[in-house]
Ligand binder design. Structure first.
Ligand SMILES: Nc1ncnc2c1ncn2[C@@H]1O[C@H](COP(=O)(O)OP(=O)(O)OP(=O)(O)O)[C@@H](O)[C@H]1O
Ligand SMILES: [Mg+2]
Length: 264
């Protein structure tokens, strides 16, 4: 049982405060969805947790089982079981998907400064990869292609899902580009995420649309507006947002203080 705890997180980009105090607790076994309009700070949250140098944490903490995650190097965060998938993943020309997966898995198993290799034996790696590719319906020719090089939006997401299944992280933070996906790709990816769900993993799924949440049913939905979580609810909140848009949470947010003040 693990806990990822985000406490009063403030993040600035180029001296502009984007996240203005995020509090969120994800336990293993839970799926949390973060929804919110464009520019509300959703990607900033995942980029700050992964330690992107442009995203400066000015206040607050992120704890993994009580230990300060932001105090350790980025590669160590991955070794602690954190997996991050990006809205716009980078291409790595010249590195095949198969090599990339093997190198990444072994990097996660290694201990820095320790010579003794803890690499996954090649037959075990091949067996795991074959199983996962079958399960996720990834075509064989995928393995020989260079990572994300010329990949379509759907293919990038498929690779990300495969990565996630291979790494078996304790926490996964997924920043979804569900807008670029056709219905079949969306379903395959959502099913891939859903099949990863289990008692040993906590998932934070960032998404724009309710669409993906029809396949991946979150336990909690949080609405992020202007760098703050303004509302938390169950999966019904996603449907409400889809039908009413984000304006109603905004309206509630901005009318609250004056409404409270106006009470006799
Ligand atoms: N590298 C950056 N340089 C300058 N401004 C940035 C940078 N990254 C984010 N921002 C600003 O921070 C705000 C939040 O951006 P962010 O990408 O986190 O939003 P988002 O909720 O992920 O939006 P979307 O739904 O479009 O993916 C925006 O106003 C954006 O312009
Ligand atoms: Mg984003």
């Amino acid at each position: 049982m693990s806990t990822l705890e985000i406490k009063d997180l403030h993040v600035s980009v180029e001296d502009k405060e984007i996240l203005k105090g995020i509090d969120l607790v994800v336990q293993s076994g839970e799926v949390h969805a973060i929804m919110g309009p464009n520019g509300s700070g959703k990607s900033t949250l995942s980029l700050a947790i992964m330690g992107h140098p442009r995203y400066r944490v000015t206040n607050g903490t992120v704890l993994l089982d009580g230990a300060d995650l932001l105090a350790i190097p980025v590669d160590a965060r991955a070794r602690k079981g954190l997996f991050l998938a990006f809205q716009y993943p980078s291409a790595i020309p010249g590195v095949s998907v198969a090599n990339f997966l093997r190198t990444a898995i072994n990097a996660r198993r290694s201990t820095p400064g320790v010579e003794k290799k803890n690499d996954m034996p090649i037959p075990q790696f091949r067996k795991l990869l074959a199983e996962k590719m079958k399960q996720l319906e990834v075509p064989d020719d995928f393995l020989k292609r260079a990572v994300n090089d010329g990949f379509s939006g759907g293919e990038k997401k498929r690779l990300e899902t495969l990565q996630m299944h291979m790494f078996q992280p304790t926490f996964a933070i997924l920043d979804e580009t569900d807008s670029g996906l056709d219905i079949d790709a969306l379903r395959t990816i959502a099913t891939g995420i859903e099949s990863l769900r289990g008692p040993d993993i906590g998932i934070l799924l960032i998404t724009h649309y309710e669409r993906i949440l029809r396949y991946v049913q979150p336990d909690f939905v949080h609405v992020l507006v202007d760098g703050r979580i303004v509302r938390t609810g169950g999966r019904e909140l996603a449907a409400e947002l889809e039908s009413k848009g984000y304006d109603f949470v905004r309206e509630e947010l901005y009318k609250e203080p004056s409404a409270a003040g106006a009470k006799p």
